[in-house]
Design a protein around this ligand. Sequence first.
Ligand SMILES: [Zn+2]
Length: 474
Amino acid sequence: MASRRSLLRPILLVAPLLGLAGCALDEPTAHPSVLLVTVDTLRADYLHSYGFPLETTPHIDALAERGVVFERAIAAATLTAPAHASIMTGLYARQHSIGVRNGDTRLEGVTTLAEQFLAAGYETAAFVSNVVLRRRTGLDRGFESYDDELVRGEINRKAYFERNAADTGRLALQWLGERSERPFFLWVHLQDPHGPYTPPDEWRGRVGEHPLRVTRPLKLLSDNIGPTGIPAYQALGEERLPAVYAARYAEEIMYADVWVGKVVAAAEQASGEYGLVTLFTADHGESMGERGWFFQHGQSTTPDLARVPFIVSAPDVEPGRLADLVSHVDVAPTLLELAGVPAIAQSSGTSLAGLVRTREALPERTLYCDTDGEAGAYQGSRFTRVGGSIASDRMTDVVRPLQVESFRIIEGGVWQSDDVDVVAREALVRYIEARAPLVAADQMDPEHIERLRALGYLPPDGAANEPTPAPYAD
Ligand SMILES: [Zn+2]
């Protein structure tokens, strides 16, 4: 512990020289610690606190009980890397250098949430579980410790490294157990609900079957993307019943919930007398048969993919449920204000601190959600998207603004076609045209290259280009 404190002191001493004087804490311990938990591919409505019929998520539900539950939270992207970059910066996907790519671009030139906490004297650490969140994408910026040691490949795509909640969670618990008196900012990302839906044995079968609207067996697609069937990477042996896939998905969430509970409890114990601010969300949802799309994400910006859980808990928060539209871009401004740390100068988000503390009203806003080949705008109960189909050449980062559709979102997560919202269309075109330049990701590390070679995914002496993950599957 002494070595950690001695490492931190120089940071605080040099902060004024770097122009960060306004950020350094006068009294380092007089601030709450902050925990950010993101669960990959987690639809809000598969949590009991968001209406799932079974009590499969008691730990997340307990957090919801003592916090503020946002019932209408919209992901900034339906792909992992851009969504997390928006969470970390308060910028929409087309405003940061990761854009709508998912693994081959890098975050540059903007201040991150972790950098802001670090400059303010916080101890910062992250534990991630998905290959597209590795440090080469720049999401490690501001984290003194960034653990992206992924230990196994997916069952159907061995080059897609990941790790389960226990492997990630144990490391986070160990880090929490070593904390000093300083406040911390900890980000834990759990991958489990992401397909293939393979919960550990102890959880497999607990939900049994969870019927979807379509009950007939589905065909297995030859590709990892496409409607009316099971994407190839999701195949669970010979199983073809959608109700079984949905149940395995729910069991993955049930398993992740246990580890969310352990991490939240340990973080509460490790936080000092000023308590803990916790924000729980997901990067994006998952299609469960909506409009014929099954068990995939990233193919659109529709509500099944865009709607995420969003729960804020803090000592001075008034618990309750709110219907305000909120976004990933609100995460950074909210956490910084709740912790009493200066805001990021450039942000498209709004702090929800006044809303969760005293129900201070939010302004009416248009929230953007992106994926490769499509951008969506959410406003009130309406949703408009431009593009509407996957771009044939996803490297061009182009949407086709002539293809415009508007929808009205009705109860139960269903959406119906509506007259085209001309104002939203214009806002979307302006938003897309102002997009930031993309920055290529760093080369992957030599150890990772060796592992891919050992698995036969790279030639023995070939060029070391990391296989770009399919954007729809991560
Ligand atoms: Zn994801």
